[in-house]
Design a binder for this molecule. Structure first.
Ligand code: NAI
Length: 370
């Protein structure tokens, strides 16, 4: 037990193969129940958001944080942030979030000595990060003017660039003008993405579990509003998942009526094999951990010696387009899914760093799926 004034943290390490460190954290006064997961720090300290979610049990939370943290390793490797992959969850209905819980969580981060750096994720706001930041320095995305603030704008821009990349690959033109894009989820990222798409001339189909959000965007942009259960089957050029994970699965695959999938939601595929099925169905998939990297790119710039620079963050986020086009070519050339191509390239970067591979450029001539 680690005691710290009025809070008494209990940190219990869980062995999980393939992961550097997984810690279950509880604190009895605040009733904090949390897991911090460090997947891989080969490329740098593990940066990843805090998700606050009412998981029905510990195993569900563990499965989520394991998968999310692994995705962060690949995301950072491909976006070249100089960071590793990690993630954290607090098992809680976000309506019952308290300052005490966030304080205890902030103190817990300190016990990982900087190997985990916390940022925002679902149900964790900039204000929450500010509060956590009062108790640990291992946090990014704060609201003060030297920090990068809310990453959603950059995530949305990267997602917009990803939609342009899938259109470029399919139509030899990256214009969204006149194209129909179906957005699932109009929260921090989805609502900004709707802005970008509207102003570039796209037709929108939208949905959200919260009807007020759907109504607001629907009215603002003359978008077609559909019931959440119907969004998958809408005929569109691009389906853009911007809500929760697992949306592409054995049930939904046959309902899809789009030419491409390009959205910011983490863990869109229920299983990696679903990516191959998408390829067989001739649906171009922009791997979630590539297209959604704008947020991590933005917060990673904050860790640069020179400090946060929005212009640098924009330039790097803009390049998501080029990374995706490269991955589409690799997948096509090797007849593998775009998801497998992205994982192979990320693993290549990790192996290059630990000296197992030589010149990263030669990768494109000598590609072997791992
Ligand atoms: P958010 O919590 O602000 O918005 C999510 C929205 O999706 C909410 O409005 C919610 O009502 C809606 N929603 C949830 N389930 C739904 C369903 N089944 N059908 C329709 N709508 C549904 O979250 P945020 O920040 O916009 O993130 C969205 C996704 O993007 C998440 O998966 C997140 O992990 C991922 N992401 C977010 C980043 C960021 O910068 N905020 C960075 C990278 C990934």
């Amino acid at each position: 037990m680690k005691t710290d004034n009025e809070i008494s943290l209990v940190l219990e390490e869980i062995e999980v193969q393939g992961y550097e460190k997984v810690v279950y954290i509880t604190e009895k006064n605040s009733q904090l129940k949390s897991i911090i997961c460090i997947h891989n720090t080969t490329l740098g300290p593990a940066l990843g958001g805090l998700r606050i979610y009412p998981y029905s049990n510990f195993d569900e939370a563990l499965a989520d944080v394991l998968r999310l943290s692994e995705g962060m390793t690949y995301k950072s490797a491909l976006a070249e942030t100089g960071l590793g992959g990690g993630k954290s969850v607090i098992i809680l209905d976000p309506r019952y979030k308290t300052n005490q819980i966030l304080k205890a969580f902030g103190k817990a981060i300190n016990h990982l000595s900087g190997s985990y750096i916390c940022a925002e994720d679902v149900n964790c706001s900039v204000e929450d990060i500010d509060l956590i930041g009062q108790h640990t320095s291992h946090v990014v995305g704060l609201s003060h003017n030297k920090s990068s603030g809310n990453p959603a704008l950059f995530t949305a821009w990267g997602t917009f660039r990803g939609i342009q990349a899938v259109l470029q690959s399919l139509d030899n033109s990256n214009s969204v003008e006149g194209k129909t894009i179906a957005i699932q989820g109009l929260g921090s990222v989805g609502s900004i993405l709707a802005d970008f798409l509207f102003w570039h001339g796209a037709h929108l189909i939208v949905t959200d579990l919260d009807p007020v959000r759907a109504e607001r965007i629907g009215r603002k942009y003359g978008a077609k509003i559909v019931d959440p259960k119907d969004i998958i089957s809408q005929k569109c050029d691009v389906f853009s998942p911007c809500a929760m994970g697992g949306v592409i699965n054995q049930n939904s695959l046959s309902s899809l009526n789009c030419r491409a999938i390009a959205g910011c939601a983490n863990n869109q595929l229920a299983s990696p094999q679903d990516a191959m099925q998408l390829k067989k169905n001739q649906i171009l998939y922009a791997p979630d951990f590539v297209i959604s990297a704008g947020g991590i790119i933005n917060v990673s710039i904050e860790l640069n010696k020179e400090g946060y620079n929005p212009i640098r963050a924009h330039e790097k986020t803009h390049r998501i387009y080029d990374i995706l086009l490269q991955l589409f070519q690799i997948a096509e050339k090797n007849q593998i899914s775009t998801h497998d191509a992205a994982i192979a390239l990320a693993n290549y970067r990790l192996q290059y760093k630990i000296g197992k591979r030589k010149d990263p450029i030669s990768y494109f001539e000598t590609f072997q799926p791992c």
